[in-house]
Design a protein around this ligand. Structure first.
Ligand code: 4NP
Length: 153
């Protein structure tokens, strides 16, 4: 079974939303995938996702039950694909103790229609930023699912 880890900064907005979306899409597609998410930062460890991320995710039918955690060195062994939201996440990840840089990709690199490869941090913005993030992640997750289908025996 392929294992995918989504990574953002706080693990309360973008990556838990991505986790819920990919899990939902994989279930619908009848594809077995292990999905998790984590943050490069440690400020929100143990917290539920941001209430705006939960509201938008649940409003679109996704199960938002992640508890925030920080990336660990063991993640680079456990996961086959580590999907970051922006270039800052990638910079942090490649410098992590135990990093496997070849496993690290940007989420929007899986969306052939994406002009900008970053999923912007919505934390300090309004609700519309979360809608935009959810739109971008739904498209990116479709691409990730297609990739997993093509690369899983
Ligand atoms: P996320 O958003 O990386 O998408 O979870 C953020 C959440 C919290 C903070 C920054 C970004 N923060 O600085 O606490």
């Amino acid at each position: 079974m392929p294992r995918v880890l989504f990574v953002c900064l706080g693990n309360i907005c973008r990556s838990p939303l991505a986790e819920a979306i990919l899990r939902h899409q994989a279930t619908e597609a009848n594809l077995d995938v292990e999905v998790d998410s984590a943050g490069t930062g440690n400020w929100h460890i143990g917290e539920r996702s941001d209430r705006r991320a939960i509201a938008i995710g649940e409003g679109r039918g996704y199960e938002m039950n992640h508890c925030a955690r920080q990336v660990s060195s063991a993640d680079f062994q456990r996961f086959d694909l580590i999907v970051a939201m922006d270039h800052a996440n990638v910079s942090e990840l490649v410098r992590w103790d135990g990093a496997e840089p070849y496993k690290i990709k940007l989420a929007r690199s899986f969306d052939p229609a994406a002009a900008d490869l970053e999923v912007p941090d919505p934390y300090y913005g309004g609700d519309e930023g979360f809608e935009e993030v959810a739109d971008q992640l739904e498209q990116a997750c479709r691409g990730i699912l297609a990739h997993l289908r093509d690369h899983t025996a």
